[in-house]
Write a protein that binds this ligand. Structure first.
Ligand SMILES: [Zn+2]
Length: 260
């Protein structure tokens, strides 16, 4: 198979294990970037099926094509709300591993979309899906595979592409200073409504709006938005999202430190 890179690069690409991972972690940041005119995208490594949320399932391996199709429609609606592109790969949910096939599939999208910045999940969700940590490992490796020369045959003959920056969104809320990484908070106050609407598009996952507050089927979005508010309060804004850089950040403009 021979593919060509797209004409207009997707400059910022966020990678998650499942549809909704990226919205929950950096939905506000992506909406902010997209609305500033930067072409932005999401790669889901799996379609997150099967899921125990489908009450018709009797065993963990049941599959309901209609339910899965509906979930993909929810994911596309979330992307539309944020103003971003989205591709959902066919890697296996719950059996996601950092292996050669997974690395090549993600690197193929990098070579096709040519992002300058890649954002992915950071850390382990202990007692929850191990796919999240695997998504981090796969993405880190795919960034390397994307720029390897003389290996195009593994990437639909797409030419090499060098990603400039890797950023993470930590999945453990409490960990504001992951060891060895540089934290920064992004003001998403003007985009938190879009973030919440994008999350709420996943109706199949039992998310209901936080505005009512008390009757949440799944309390996770409300807890998350409270965390975003907590982060915002630390830097003098209403809502913020936490990202980290594995390398030090350069800062020549001290206006932030002078004016905060
Ligand atoms: Zn997930």
């Amino acid at each position: 198979m021979i593919e060509e890179p797209i004409d207009v690069p997707v400059e910022v690409v966020a990678v998650g294990a499942h549809p909704d991972d990226v919205e929950l972690g950096v939905g506000g940041t992506l909406a902010k970037l997209a609305h500033s005119g930067i072409r932005t995208g999401i790669i889901d490594l799996t379609n997150a099926e099967p899921t125990p949320k489908n009450v018709k399932y009797r065993s963990p391996d049941d599959f309901d094509a209609d339910y899965a199709a509906n979930r993909m429609a929810e994911a596309q609606e979330a992307a539309r709300i944020l103003g971003v592109e989205r591709i959902t790969l066919d890697l296996p949910n719950r059996r996601l591993f950092d292996d050669f096939e997974a690395r090549c599939k993600v690197a193929t999208v990098f070579r096709k979309w040519r992002p300058k910045i890649v954002i992915t999940m950071y850390g382990k969700t202990l007692m929850a899906s191990p796919d999240h940590n695997q998504a981090q490992l796969i993405t880190e490796s795919a960034i390397f595979y994307s720029r390897l020369t003389k290996w195009d045959k593994y990437f639909n003959n797409l030419p090499v592409h060098r990603v400039k920056s890797l950023l993470y969104f930590p999945v453990r809320f409490i960990d504001l200073h992951p060891e060895g990484h540089t934290s920064f908070l992004v003001d998403i106050s003007n985009f938190v409504d879009l973030k919440e609407r994008a999350i709420m598009s996943y109706k199949s996952q039992g998310f209901v709006p936080s505005s009512g507050g008390q009757s949440l089927v799944s309390p996770f979005p409300a807890l998350l938005l409270n965390w975003n508010r907590n982060l915002g309060s630390r830097v003098g804004v209403e809502y913020a999202e936490h990202l980290v850089s594995p390398v030090p950040l350069r800062c020549d403009d001290f206006s932030y430190f002078l004016n905060k």
